[in-house]
Design a protein around this ligand. Structure first.
Ligand code: 5GP
Ligand code: MG
Length: 198
């Protein structure tokens, strides 16, 4: 019996209302970001701490353009349970005993919204006595309503305050495999479904 989850359309492209940042622009910007990061850590070894799951594709592309010694570590944070399109507050799971003491840690996330996720990670990592902690996000949402937001050291693109998917970012677990950063059709967002996302 086929137990695969299905949507009403056969192609995910049909669920996309608009492309916000296309794959070509993402590639070009990551090249620039990698240059800035390499310059910042010149002569050092950087530990990239990727916030799963949304940053996976960004991390994979970014790290392969970094011409410096780099280690990879991961942290799992869930903020958007099920079909939520506003953060419900981040909860964190680090891998068992990450060895970050004395490391130059670069926390990598897909998107900055309220800043709660980066703040949680920065606070947690800082308690592990690293040599330094910096942050990098592919997207930064325009949230004029949030005061004292933790601002990243490296930013790919500034985007409007709307819910986006693609290039690793999901809606209810789907759409991470879209090559562009997109906004979904209203009908898709209104379709209630179970599951989790991050
Ligand atoms: P913050 O903690 O800054 O409010 O939210 C950041 C986290 O929420 C990101 O790691 C990401 O998982 C999720 N997030 C925030 N905005 C969006 C969005 O527009 N689309 C998706 N798919 N996830 C988002
Ligand atoms: Mg996330």
């Amino acid at each position: 019996m086929d137990t695969a989850k299905t949507t009403s359309g056969s192609s995910i492209d049909a669920d996309v209302a608009r492309v916000i940042v296309d794959a070509q622009r993402i590639t070009a910007r990551i090249e620039q970001l990698a240059g800035q990061i390499a310059e910042c850590y010149e002569g050092r070894e950087v530990t990239l701490l990727a916030i799963l799951t949304g940053s996976l594709i960004f991390l994979a592309d970014l790290v392969r353009r970094l011409p410096i010694r780099a280690r990879l570590d991961v942290a799992l944070v869930r903020s958007y349970p099920g079909s939520a399109t506003r953060s419900q507050g981040p909860t964190l799971r680090l891998p068992p005993e990450p060895e970050l003491k004395g490391c130059d840690v670069l926390i990598v996330d897909d998107i900055l919204d309220s800043g709660g996720t980066l703040r949680l990670l920065c606070d947690t990592v800082s308690r592990m006595k690293p040599a330094s902690v910096r942050t990098c996000v592919l997207l930064r949402k325009d949230r004029t309503d949030v005061v004292d937001r933790a601002e990243p050291d490296f930013v790919g693109f500034d985007v409007a305050d709307e819910f986006v998917v693609g290039y690793g970012l999901d809606y209810n677990g789907l759409y991470r495999n879209l090559p562009d950063i997109c906004v979904l059709n209203d009908q898709v967002l209104q379709r209630a479904a179970g599951g989790t996302s991050a």
